[in-house]
Design a protein around this ligand. Structure first.
Ligand code: NAD
Ligand code: 3PG
Length: 604
């Protein structure tokens, strides 16, 4: 089985072809004599302008494989099935998951599957996307995903209301002892005095984590007549004000509340943030609701606080270990417990399934995701405008690195964007990632580099990339030009060095295509397609003809040619775009033309 990917057809799903099929559309005369290989299928597809859909239908037996490891709504499964081979295997052991994963392009999980580093290692580079059908991504090792270049996407909106409603349901059930009273009646008892509750109206509710769910709980609690305060270091004050919620410090919030509802994510900073010290700050008789993550509470400390009466009651949907084993908390008479049901409504599960299916399919088709957790999120309209600049960025990186003489080691790269746009209107993360990809890929044998892992791999390789913006002329296009400079290296093509000794290449987008505009201090104008020969010579008549002639005699088709010079009749640079890679002998012949001082062949 051979996996292939294609940089130009970015929408190409990661097919795996066992036997390449021959197709009349893919067999024009000039390729007939060549064996039909994985490499030339892409060249042929490119040259025939075949779309990813054409290729998809040619290799339709090689659909991507998506493993769904937990129950997902039918609408989402149907959507996935129309695009991929689906493997719905629930309740896999960690070992089973690891042994299946190397034949999967995507994995979709809920909160019950631990996607550990071992899973990414076992995937052997095939796993492209992990989709979390829900919000919390604390069960996915994001660092490992990023290192392995695997995109993680989630479905952050479809279960918000369900979780908020569950929080309110627990709050009310706890305040009125609903589950205890129900159990007592089912045991044949009638205990009216035992289950006297507390009222909610007029009580202070502290929302800890004022995000999507927290805000919706706040709205509903206000409807119940509660006084709502919140703590969230990152929440905008105007959103809180609009709902009539006062933002407080952590200590103020926990010390003034009668009810505390938790809605923050589980992160290293929030792990066990409700501990003995925190409970000691609370009002005696406080009531706690947790629909966020079990790990934000030190569960032993909560048990102590319940036993001592600091905490009168707790309503818990989530636990540090799920399902909890032998939990004293679950059995405590003042605890109302549900088995992680916050997102479990029919409506939410259908919504989440569709949201994650669309995100995963989009990611497998090479689209940038609006719900990416470990990569820049790029809205579609921004992406379509940036597309040619993304291609330019990658080609300039690829070009610059090939000008470095082997062994000199690259430590420092500077990228200069000339742009007439307001700094806030130009997000360069995507361009920077693509330059990084262009620089590292030709010199790296590690995992393929993408938007997810570009920064990580650059850091790992000790490559520092700095960016600078200089004012441009027009705000109509995002970038007038991009310059890539590599310092403290030896170049195999001296003319690529700028006055201060850096390798410097600059390009721009012209007619929607990436073009090279400067090499060192020489101005050129050549489309960045196929391969490139850079040649420095004494500026004199007949050079284009001579070099072009050598290439023609050796059946190398010239696609573009441009000459740039600094001083007339002194030195000039010829940039020659060629469709095919000239053989060694042809290149030697160019080197032996008397006026040619140096030349280099570059693969784009
Ligand atoms: N029980 C369930 O089934 C269920 C369902 C949905 C969501 N959740 C969980 O609820 C939580 C919130 O989900 P959401 O969709 O509202 O996410 P969100 O990202 O919209 O909101 C989280 C909020 O927490 C805030 N926050 C981060 N660190 C904080 C800290 N140290 N102190 C206080 N606030 C902090 C963030 O600023 C953000 O506003 C997540 O943990 C999620 O996994 C559980
Ligand atoms: O973070 C979430 O979205 C919720 O905890 C839901 O988790 P679930 O998908 O396992 O129900």
């Amino acid at each position: 089985m051979i996996s292939y990917s294609c940089s130009r057809l970015t929408k190409l799903p990661p097919y795996t072809i066992s036997t390449p099929k021959l197709c009349p559309k893919l067999c024009p005369k000039r390729f007939c004599e060549k064996p039909f290989t994985i490499t030339n299928v892409l060249k042929i597809a490119d040259s025939l302008n075949l779309s990813s859909t054409d290729l998809h239908s040619l290799f339709s037996s090689s659909k991507p494989t998506i493993l769904v490891s937990e129950k997902l709504g039918d609408a989402g499964l149907d959507l996935l099935r129309s695009f991929a081979d689906l493997d719905c295997s629930y309740n896999l052991s960690p070992d089973d998951l690891c042994s299946k994963i190397s034949s999967c392009d995507a994995l979709i999980v809920r909160s019950g599957t631990k996607v550990t580093r071992q899973v990414f290692e076992a995937a052997k580079g095939r796993l492209k996307v992990v989709g979390r059908a829900g919000v919390g991504i604390d069960n996915v090792d994001l660092q490992a995903a990023t290192e392995f270049g695997c995109l993680v996407v989630n479905a952050p909106t479809a279960n918000t209301i369900a979780a908020a409603e569950h929080g309110i349901a627990l709050l009310a059930a706890m305040a009125r002892n609903i589950s205890q009273a129900d159990a007592s009646m089912k045991a044949g008892k009638w205990q009216r005095n035992k289950y006297v509750g507390v009222s909610m109206v007029g009580k202070t509710l502290a929302i800890m984590g004022f995000g999507k769910v927290g805000s919706e709980v706040a709205r509903r609690a206000k409807g119940l007549g509660m006084h709502v305060v919140a703590h969230d270091p990152y929440a905008p004050a105007d959103r809180a004000r609009a709902i009539g919620v006062e933002l407080l410090s952590f200590d103020e919030a926990v010390s003034t509340a009668d009810f505390i509802s938790l809605h923050m994510p589980l992160t290293p900073a929030t792990s066990k943030v409700f501990n003995d010290a925190t409970f000691a700050k609370m009002k005696t008789g406080v009531r706690i609701i947790n629909v966020a993550r079990g790990g934000v509470i030190d569960e032993d400390a909560l048990l102590r606080a319940l036993d001592s009466g600091i905490v009168a009651q707790a309503a818990l949907d989530v636990f540090s270990e799920e399902p909890p084993k032998d939990s004293k908390l679950v059995h405590h008479e003042n605890v109302t417990a549900t088995p992680h049901l916050g997102a479990s409504t029919k409506e939410a599960q259908e919504g989440v399934a569709v949201e994650i299916a669309e995100a995963v399919v989009g990611a497998l088709q090479g689209e940038l995701s609006a719900t990416a957790v470990n990569a820049p999120m790029v809205p579609p309209q921004v992406l379509s405008e940036l597309a040619p600049y993304v291609a330019l960025a990658e080609k300039l990186g690829r070009l610059a690195v090939q000008l470095v003489s082997g062994g000199s080691g690259i430590k420092s790269v500077k990228v200069v964007y000339r742009s007439g746009r307001d700094p806030d209107d130009l997000d360069t993360r995507l361009l920077r990632a693509m330059i990084t990809k262009g620089i590292i890929e030709p010199i790296s044998d590690s995992v393929s580099i993408n938007l997810v892992n570009a920064n990580f791999i650059a850091k790992q390789k000790g490559l520092g990339i700095s960016e600078e913006r200089v004012p441009g002329n027009s705000s109509l296009q995002p970038v007038d030009s991009i310059q890539v400079r590599i310092s403290n290296v030896v170049s195999k093509f001296q003319s690529a060095l700028s006055e201060n000794g850096e390798i410097s290449v600059e390009g721009r987008v012209k007619y929607g295509k990436p073009h090279l505009s400067h090499v060192g201090s020489f101005e050129v104008d050549v489309s960045l397609e196929g391969n490139l020969i850079l040649c420095r010579q004494v500026d004199q008549p007949g050079m284009i003809g001579r070099v072009g002639g050598i290439l023609g005699e050796n059946n190398v088709n010239v696609s573009f040619m441009s000459v740039g010079r600094t001083v007339r009749r002194k030195k000039a640079i010829m940039a020659i775009g060629v469709d095919e890679e000239p053989d060694k002998e042809t290149l030697n012949k160019i080197g032996h033309v008397p006026a040619v001082e140096e030349f280099v062949f570059l693969n784009l």
